[in-house]
Design a protein around this ligand. Structure first.
Ligand code: KG4
Ligand code: ZN
Length: 341
């Protein structure tokens, strides 16, 4: 079964053709990063307009790269939640209209379910159940993936997502947007013991965590140094910050491994590209005698191939969008977005 998938939830317009949820026939990503970098972050209306301009082009390229006529598609899928609503509406409406014109099923996909599915494209043998750490720009959660379309949230952030914290800290350190990769690079030569940053603990919720205190601590540290006229060791602050994020996420995941007895562990989302997090997860897996599944860097960030993979399993579960299917800025990973109103 060949599915054309469209992704437009944030600042990447992407289209891909994926066969049976596992084989990428083509994957095209048109990034808007350069445009938003001028403003230090994503400007929602500009993102929507850029999606409008790019969506037909990336779709035609995805079909051409897959050497496929659109009439040979079995279904069309699009990210319908969560994300910037104006951005989501472009891809969702385009996907729905294309499916309608081809008289094929339309499959709405939850963006975070898609991030998890990136590992299906990388590890042909991997199947649920497994434990997942989601770390993206908008989400940070520990999720038990019981089945391809059955998710249980075990813990998560009480405030900011990990990626959000990276982007904010990057702005404070003046390294620009998008922050995650830049902080990662800056931290490579830093000393992670040079500064002291807090680690959150949520009373009676050992799998929950928080990043806002950490973010504020970095902001205060930078401002204090500025007021006192002291030079900031940006490399070391970046390294200390990366370590603090790792020390927030990895011990919770380790606890979840112990509590659930799950020996298959996945990490997904943009922050899964972080080199310190990847190394710490490898160590944890070794320590816990667990098997770790990390997407390659090319599939950590937003792309449509992961959406095409998840769409296959949504289709098998009968999650087909009706003609009135809508898009949603927020939706829990456990929600069936076909039934959401
Ligand atoms: O999953 P994603 O591409 O978009 C969302 O669904 O939100 O994640 C984007 C986030 C951004 O906050 C970006 O700064 C972060 O992932 N990110 C990283 C790295 N690469 C991307 N964070 C830390 N280290 C990285 N190497
Ligand atoms: Zn994403």
């Amino acid at each position: 079964m060949k599915i054309l998938a469209i992704e437009s939830s944030c600042d990447e317009t992407a289209a891909a053709v994926v066969e049976n949820g596992r084989k990428v026939l083509s994957s095209v990503i048109d990034t808007q990063i350069e445009t938003h970098a001028l403003y230090g972050g994503v400007v929602p209306e500009i993102a929507s307009r850029r999606h409008m301009e790019a969506v037909v082009r990336v779709t035609e390229k995805a079909l051409a790269d897959a050497r496929l006529d659109k009439r040979a598609l079995d279904a069309v899928a699009a990210t319908c939640a969560p994300g910037l609503i104006g951005a989501l509406l472009v891809g969702a409406n385009f996907g729905k209209a294309l499916a309608f014109s081809l008289q094929k099923p339309f499959v709405p996909v939850h963006h975070i379910r898609g991030h998890i599915a990136a590992v299906y494209l990388t590890y042909p043998e991997l199947a649920p159940p497994f434990l997942t750490l989601i770390a993206s720009g908008g989400h940070s959660q520990i999720v038990l993936v019981r089945d391809y379309t059955d998710f249980e949230i075990l813990g998560g952030t009480r405030d900011d997502a990990a990626g959000e914290a990276f982007d904010k800290v990057a702005r404070v350190l003046g390294v620009g947007y998008p922050g995650g990769p830049k902080i990662d690079k800056l931290a490579q030569c830093g000393d992670k013991t040079r500064y002291t940053l807090p680690n959150s603990h949520i009373k009676d919720a050992p799998l929950d965590f928080s990043f806002s205190g950490l973010k504020t601590a970095v902001i205060n540290l930078a401002h204090n140094a500025q007021q006192k006229g002291e030079a900031l060791d940006r490399e070391s602050l970046a390294a200390t910050f990366c370590d603090a994020v790792v020390q927030t996420l990895v011990p919770r995941l380790e606890l979840a491994v112990r509590e659930t007895g799950m020996k298959h562990v996945v990490c997904a989302g943009g922050v899964a590209a972080n080199s310190f997090l990847r190394a710490a997860l490898q160590d944890m897996a070794k320590r816990m005698d667990a098997k770790l599944y990390l997407p390659p860097l090319s599939l950590c960030g937003d792309n449509a191939a992961m959406i095409g993979s998840q769409a296959y399993y949504e289709y098998l579960a009968g999650h087909i969008g009706q003609t009135a299917q809508n898009a949603f800025a927020t939706a829990g990973i456990s929600e069936n977005i076909c039934e959401k109103r």
